[in-house]
Design a protein around this ligand. Structure first.
Ligand SMILES: [Zn+2]
Length: 199
């Protein structure tokens, strides 16, 4: 039994969560993927847009010098649920490539029941919402950046209750699985290197 199930024996997992980025996107960190994606953070993901034809252009394994060469820099982040904006940080500068900082730009949207959706590492001065705003699913919240504890441009996406991330399922997604090379429509957990097609 995981932490979420222990703390919330009767709470159903969140389902049918729309994907927060549009276009062609690579999974950079998966569930229980180590670092900030373990323990209380185990249900968070890292994502970034890549070139739609080559599936390249993210920072891992490549010799990009500046974050502005990264295909996903500045791509819009869309709200996955309705809710109310609880926190916005928008004035932190981007980190250089491969240099982790401390304070990230964030948008945090609170849903009913105290559940919060976290959109983290956002581009400076890109927030489209302010604290207290009503958010509708699909609303443009901010853009992808490289602020805070981040080694390259990406969106850190997690849903939390208290201090812990909680499990959820995306609505069915078209995914090219890295492990098998097979494209499928799935709600199964995403893995590092999977390519998501979300037109
Ligand atoms: Zn992350």
């Amino acid at each position: 039994m995981d932490i979420f199930e222990e703390q919330n024996p009767d709470r159903p997992h969140l389902k049918d969560i729309p994907f927060p980025l549009k276009g062609t996107v690579v999974v950079l960190s998966e569930r229980d993927g180590g670092g900030t994606h373990s323990g209380f953070g185990k249900y968070a993901y890292d994502f970034v847009n890549v070139d739609e034809k080559t599936h390249s252009g993210c920072y891992t394994g490549a010799s990009y010098k500046t974050i502005h060469e990264i295909v996903g820099y500045g791509k819009p982040i869309y709200a996955v649920t309705d809710g109310v904006v609880k926190q916005v940080v928008d004035d932190k500068e981007d980190q250089p490539m491969s240099v982790a900082g401390f304070e990230a730009n964030v948008v945090i949207v609170q849903m009913e029941g105290g559940i919060e959706v976290n959109y983290i590492h956002n581009q400076p001065n890109s927030a489209k919402v302010k604290v207290g705003d009503q958010v509708k699913k699909g609303m443009h919240l901010a853009n992808v950046g490289n602020t805070g504890y981040s080694l390259g441009v990406h969106l850190h996406f997690g849903i939390t209750l208290g201090t812990a991330t909680i499990p959820f399922l995306f609505a069915p997604l078209r995914v090219l699985r890295k492990a098998t090379g097979i494209e499928e429509v799935t709600i199964e957990p995403l893995k590092v290197g999977d390519i998501i097609f979300n037109p």
